[in-house]
Design a protein around this ligand. Structure first.
Ligand SMILES: *[C@@H]1O[C@H](CO)[C@@H](O)[C@H](O)[C@H]1NC(C)=O
Ligand SMILES: *[C@@H]1O[C@H](CO)[C@@H](O)[C@H](O)[C@H]1NC(C)=O
Ligand SMILES: *[C@@H]1O[C@H](CO)[C@@H](O)[C@H](O)[C@H]1NC(C)=O
Ligand SMILES: *[C@@H]1O[C@H](CO)[C@@H](O)[C@H](O)[C@H]1NC(C)=O
Ligand SMILES: CC(=O)N[C@H]1CO[C@H](CO)[C@@H](O)[C@@H]1O
Length: 363
């Protein structure tokens, strides 16, 4: 078992939001327990970690080489690569089911000289599910009431394949068309997307069709709203009694390791993890995305497109960092990861292609 890198552990503790901290033994706390906001009995566990010896410059160089190779091999298997700040090492997660796909074998052989840690994980090939539709529903019939849609609500698509993704945020195009943004791999030619609120079956509230999707550089698509929904610049958190709708205040992304990021997904609802890498790549079906954030979070098929956000101090407002691309379950030591397409790479890629959008915020 590899050791964790102590500096990043400290960072993680520093950045624990104040409200999560239990001041159970404040008076009798050892100085280190106070510093790290842990209980006295947990101190030895934290002191056990030993710094990994890899130099940052070398790791960055090796990771760049691996990224170039991943891009050039056009992998048809799902792979994610990043430098894990917790262990100060390069990690490659590859789908176990397609590990013997030819390009993947060649890629794995080519990167061996760089000594990354390699994990094969049990994958399902897509992050949208294949929930079967109740057959008594009248899709296509317009509703006379307008229902609000929040980031985190389900998007139920009906077409040659039916399935669920999650709404990421509200965007406006330069032509002032209001859209729901989500992951590009949720695209399905000619499919219609309907609102599917949490804990609910699909509804007949039409959102619209996705008119374009990116699968390279970014994984991103837009659904111009034509139907019965009213988009809100806030994130669903209705499992909470007090902060049921989190207002999207801005799109300022987190900029260092160890800070918290939370997801609001149709299946996962709201849960939080820590940023373990700011510069990962992912590839699937010959597509390649880079500049991804990696968060230690378990996500579920159908959460694709979900907003990733960090809380502000009042717990009512949040900053939007990106949307969910997918996830991988590595192993019991390193846990689950979620891959995040950042708002800045979305906005930059679209701007370069003359398709500027802006994120709708609550102020
Ligand atoms: C990619 O992988 C899928 C599933 O493993 C397979 O059906 C398909 O033929 C592959 N495509 C190419 C171009 O290798
Ligand atoms: C990978 O697949 C093999 C069978 O091809 C199986 O024996 C092994 O348990 C799988 N490993 C994981 C991590 O899913
Ligand atoms: C798709 O549906 C079938 C039949 O209901 C089920 O067996 C399978 O596990 C589902 N696949 C995914 C990826 O959810
Ligand atoms: C998708 O749902 C629609 C509406 O219920 C249904 O008519 C259609 O057969 C479903 N398609 C698939 C591939 O299951
Ligand atoms: C990518 C890389 O070179 N990682 C190295 C980091 O340090 C550990 C421990 O010395 C090595 O085993 C890894 O190969």
């Amino acid at each position: 078992m590899r050791k964790f890198y102590i500096l990043s552990i400290i960072l993680f503790i520093f950045t624990l939001p104040k409200y999560l901290i239990v001041h159970s033994q404040e008076g009798s706390k050892e100085p280190l327990a106070k510093l790290w906001n842990i209980d006295n009995e947990d101190i030895p566990k934290y002191l056990d970690f030993i710094a990994a010896a890899n130099s940052t410059a070398k790791l960055n160089y090796k990771f760049e080489e691996i990224t170039k190779l991943a891009k050039s091999f056009k992998l048809n298997t799902t792979s994610v690569g990043y430098i894990d700040a917790r262990i100060n090492d390069i990690v490659i997660n590859t789908c176990n089911q397609t590990r013997f796909e030819e390009n993947n074998v060649n890629f794995m052989n080519a990167i061996k000289i760089h000594n990354p840690m390699i994990f094969y994980y049990d994958c399902k090939d897509s992050t949208d599910d294949n929930f079967s539709t109740p057959n008594n529903m009248e899709f296509g019939k317009r509703n006379n009431i307008v229902k609000k849609i929040l980031a985190g609500d389900g998007l139920y698509k009906i077409g040659t394949r039916n399935g669920t993704c999650t709404a990421g945020f509200v965007a406006t195009t330069k032509e002032n068309i209001i859209c729901i943004a989500t992951a590009g791999h949720c695209y399905l030619n000619d499919a219609e997307y309907y609102l599917r609120p949490w804990n609910s079956e699909p509804t007949t509230y039409l959102i619209g069709k996705m008119n374009f999707a990116y699968l390279d550089k970014i994984d991103f698509g837009l659904i111009p709203i034509v139907g019965d929904v009213k988009p809100e610049p806030s994130i669903r958190n209705t499992d909470s009694e007090k902060y049921r709708e989190l207002l999207i205040d801005d799109d300022i992304a987190v900029s260092h390791y160890g800070v918290h990021l939370c997801v609001s997904g149709y299946y996962s609802h709201v849960k939080c993890g820590y940023v373990i890498s700011l510069n990962g790549f992912a590839s699937f079906q010959k597509h390649f995305q880079e500049n991804l954030f990696i968060v230690n979070l378990a996500v579920i098929n159908g959460d694709s497109g979900s907003p990733l956000f960090s809380y502000k101090q009042d717990l009512m407002r949040v900053s939007l960092s990106g949307i969910l691309l997918g996830g991988a379950n590595t192993d019991e030591v390193y846990g689950n990861i979620a891959t995040v397409i950042t708002i800045s790479s979305i906005l930059n890629t679209l701007r370069k292609d003359g398709r500027e959008i802006s994120v709708v915020t609550a102020n």
